[in-house]
Design a protein around this ligand. Structure first.
Ligand code: NDP
Length: 498
């Protein structure tokens, strides 16, 4: 059985991939498990050499990687170059360099008398076989990208890309082989949801990115198997524009980070709240910028600003959110109607007169839409921004940095940017992930972004000791009374100290 892969911007079939069964996945898992110990044994330096060669391979094959991503996602050339190829190359260099530091043995101190003089160490070891299940919006960054720290930690990895965008992962697997990754350490298991479910049944840990509904199913299966799951799920990221904001910058960012990648970014700006004194000027600026965007089939650098949607059913979701909002009294200042053309398209759309009874303000739209609402003040903006089951990222714009940061700290989001948006994702040192369950659990990037692919081991080494410790058998009343007095003294604490 095979799956046809379509270019969503043109509707043309551009390739086919195998639709792997549970037996195929089990066989791939056996191969990966057999290859993993030698990969682990290479150590950080040996693995880093492969990862750095892959970093160069990506740079040397930029044209081919960008072309593959654009062909299977329909996204603009720049969206593939900046947010995917650039991310992938940087991530290989980053994890090659940082894995040994993040996973280094840590000496632990303890005030407990029974371990006095002993060496205590917290250490990390690879889990073995990691399964990564990825979505279609960023086949390199969000899907393949999560494999990089897992490999750096010494795991074998099997990646299940979205059935809609498997070609990028297969191309990158060729790159890893050309970079000297030992056979079997990395595999791509192409297929549909059932293939993803079969993968969860084989691995020691699962990293999932995608919808909240599927994330819940993956987490439930992982819980049955008692394996860890890290989930990066949906977002409905709010942007707040305070009255003193640099409106030109705020409007540029609103237009860019709402429409970038055709709005199919889990941390894109999905809704906007503006203090009422600057609302008319902000709306006018944003609308002009969005109206000026050129949408079309990408044909190289600078050819279009916005490409097509990637996932065919997503056009229905976007259309429903916009149509329902319009029927309930919203106005579209640009866009707002689905075009008749081959491929999967929706125009960049700015909506006003929206409120929280509308799906477009509450559900993940994942399309090129920007609904904007006027608010009385920052308190109302914070209340509305937090009125969501999601909490992935958020942004606040204002010239008074102390005030803007105070607003940022009141937002229930895993990451908040001030006078910026989305670029926090490129700081691989900075963890990102959901603050509310619907946006996921676990972190990507930073130390947590690699320790999650490891099991921990706590080591205690007793170097200098008596032949028999005083608390061991046989119990004797005199010694017990002495121990009790000593413990009483130790546990009483010092007066006045908390
Ligand atoms: P899904 O969550 O359904 O798919 C994500 C990945 O999980 C895909 O590889 C999918 O395979 C796989 N999968 C599906 N079912 C299972 C299962 N039971 N067990 C294991 N893996 C499974 O996302 P969709 O692609 O359907 O997108 C739907 C919605 O998700 C969008 O409308 C958007 O709102 C949101 N989304 C959020 C993303 C984010 O970055 N947070 C990214 C993409 C989507 P297959 O594709 O082959 O079905």
């Amino acid at each position: 059985m095979t799956i046809a892969v379509e270019n969503p911007a043109t509707g043309q079939v551009i390739g086919t991939v195998p639709d792997l069964t549970a037996d195929d996945v089990a066989a791939a898992a056996r191969r990966a498990r057999a290859a993993q110990p030698a990969w682990q044994a290479l150590g950080y330096d040996g693995r880093a050499a492969v990862l750095r060669r892959m970093q160069r391979w990506i740079v040397d094959h930029t044209d081919e990687v960008v072309a593959t991503i654009c062909a299977e996602t329909g996204k603009a050339y720049e969206d593939a170059l900046l947010a995917e190829v650039n991310y992938g190359a940087a991530a290989f260099g980053f994890w090659a360099k940082e894995a040994p530091r993040y996973l280094a043995d840590t000496k632990v101190r303890s005030s407990q008398p029974l371990v006095a003089g002993k060496r205590l160490v917290q250490r990390y070891c690879p889990l073995g076989l990691v399964g990564v299940i990825g979505p279609w919006n960023y086949p390199l960054t969000n899907s393949f990208g999560d494999c990089i720290p897992a490999l750096a930690a010494g795991n074998a990895v099997l990646l299940k890309p979205s059935e809609v965008t498997p070609l990028t992962s297969l191309l990158l697997a060729e790159g890893l082989a050309a970079s000297g990754l030992p056979d079997g350490v990395f595999g791509v298991v192409t297929g549909r949801g059932e293939t993803g479910a079969a993968l969860v049944d084989e691995v020691d840990m699962v990293m999932f990115t995608g919808s909240t509904a599927t994330g819940r199913r993956v987490a439930a299966r992982a819980a049955e198997r008692l394996i860890p799951a890290s989930l990066e799920l949906g977002g409905k990221d709010p942007m707040i524009v305070l009255a003193d904001a640099d409106l030109e910058r705020a409007a540029t960012h609103a237009a860019y980070y709402a429409m970038f990648n055709c709005g199919q970014t889990c941390i894109s700006i999905e809704r906007c709240y503006v203090e009422e004194s600057v609302y008319p000027a902000f709306v006018e600026l944003v609308t002009a910028k969005v109206k000026a965007l050129r949408q079309g089939v990408p044909a190289g650098p600078g050819s279009v600003d916005v490409g097509s949607l990637t996932f065919p059913p997503q056009v229905d979701v976007v259309d429903r959110h916009v149509s329902e909002a319009l029927a309930a009294g919203a106005r579209a200042l640009t866009g707002g109607a689905r075009p008749e053309r081959a491929g999967h398209w929706y125009p960049p759309t700015v909506l006003v007169d929206v409120d929280h009874s509308m799906a477009i303000m509450r559900e993940e739209t994942f399309g090129p839409t920007l609904p904007i609402m006027a608010v009385r003040d920052a308190d109302e903006a914070v209340r509305l921004a937090n009125d969501s089951e999601y909490g992935l990222c958020a942004s606040v714009f204002g010239r008074d940095l102390a005030r803007a940061e105070d607003v940022a700290r009141r937002l229930e989001a895993g990451a908040v940017t001030v006078n910026d948006a989305v670029v926090n994702y490129t700081a691989l040192e900075l963890p990102m992930g959901g603050a509310k369950p619907a946006s996921g659990i676990g972190r990507r990037h930073g130390k947590d972004g690699i320790t999650k692919y490891c099991r921990q081991q706590s080591l205690l080494v007793s170097r200098v000791h008596l032949r028999r410790d005083v608390h061991t058998y046989p119990y004797r009343s005199g010694r017990t009374r002495a121990i009790r007095s000593l413990l009483g003294l130790l546990n009483r604490g010092r007066p006045g100290r908390s």
